[in-house]
Design a protein around this ligand. Structure first.
Ligand SMILES: [Cu+2]
Length: 359
């Protein structure tokens, strides 16, 4: 079933109807709410970072990174990327819960930092970059990772932002989520577009994020939680069980078993019903259509204020929607073009692991 929505308010209403947090169903003891990193309270953020650092400095982190490398081929360049990484992010959530049951995996909406990525607040908490050298500060500095060899965590961007490519804007992402009704086309546009752009902008030429051992960098999970949120928003519009496409000429199905998790794709299609989480601000990454009329801004405001947990993000999204006139012409086609360009710019990604671009 497909919906054709022309205003954010309609999306907000639909989102509320379909994905509003409800009493936990039979499969869930509780349904947790994943928030944008900036929307966490300082208490929530501290608890999350503390638990994250504990996992980072444990053998569990090595296992996560190895899992990603060992399944690089089956988990990427395929419609399964979204469900596979949904399950993978959930693996980290499970590890976090071993240290603090109150911690809920947040996401990083990189589109809020699209025009000046290097100055994102995320780096205030996750450490900065020394341009293809060890991360110089923050809780992940001065620590040797065990995989793929004894090494520090590396990011590749210039901390001044010089040479760092911009990220895909909220508006372009919203356009994609709203208008691309075909699952496999949506998946491709995400995988080779915003997904790859963020990986490679942060990883640069030798940073972890540019390689298949990208889960070494905790930002990987923040980024993939946002990728997951975009899919979640897409599912609200285009169907929670919509899944199609092919790999090497073979059609995919929700009955496909994901390696190495040994669970079918169908087991993660419904984030709320099966994995027991929802996203705060469902649909917030889907600003209204790009005719920046007063009415559409008003609709966006409604979307932003529709949740009781609204933090600073609504303001940022609204600001981004109203100031990005220059990108308001961006269409699905241009998103796809971006994807194609960024994909071809790393044409060296012919072998994996490790390889660039398609993490
Ligand atoms: Cu990946």
């Amino acid at each position: 079933m497909r919906f054709s929505l022309s205003a954010g308010i309609a999306l907000a209403a639909l989102a509320a109807a379909v994905f509003a947090p409800q009493a936990a169903n039979a499969a869930c003891d509780r349904v947790v709410v994943r928030k944008e990193f900036r929307d966490l309270s300082s208490q929530e953020r501290t608890a999350f970072m503390n638990a994250l650092v504990k996992v980072f400095k444990s053998s569990a982190w090595t296992s996560l990174s190895q899992t990603h490398v060992n399944n690089a081929h089956s988990a990427h360049n395929s419609p399964v990327l979204l469900p596979w990484h949904r399950q993978f992010v959930q693996q980290l959530q499970q590890e976090l819960w071993k240290h603090d049951a109150s911690v809920v995996m947040p996401y990083w909406d990189s589109s809020l930092d699209s025009q000046n990525p290097a100055s994102s607040v995320i780096f205030n908490y996750f450490g900065s970059s020394k341009q293809n050298d060890c991360v110089p500060d923050g809780p992940f500095a001065n620590y040797k990772l065990a995989f793929p060899n004894n090494r520090c965590l590396v990011r590749g961007f210039n901390p001044t932002g010089v040479g760092m490519s911009t990220f895909v804007t909220s508006e372009a992402l919203g356009q994609l989520v709203r208008t691309e009704s075909d699952y496999s086309d949506f998946e491709s546009a995400i995988e080779y577009g915003m997904h790859a752009v963020v990986h490679n902008a942060i990883g640069g030429s030798s940073g972890d994020m540019s390689y298949m051992y990208s889960p070494n960098d905790p930002i990987f999970f923040m980024h993939h939680a946002f990728v997951d949120k975009l899919w979640y928003d897409w599912q609200i519009l285009h169907g929670v069980n919509t899944y199609d496409g092919s790999v090497n000429g073979n059609l995919v199905a929700t009955s496909d078993v994901m390696v190495p998790f040994n669970v079918p794709v169908s087991s993660v299609m419904d984030a709320q019903g099966s994995l027991c989480y929802v996203y705060a601000q469902p649909g917030a990454s889907v600003p209204p259509p790009t005719t920046t009329s007063t009415s559409s801004r008003a609709s966006n405001t409604v979307v932003s204020s529709s949740s009781s947990t609204r933090g600073t993000q609504g303001t940022s999204l609204s600001a981004s929607a109203s100031t990005s006139t220059s990108v308001s012409a961006s269409s699905t086609a241009s998103v796809t073009k971006t994807a194609t360009l960024s994909s071809s710019s790393a044409a060296s990604a012919s072998s994996c692991p490790p390889h660039r671009q398609r993490q």
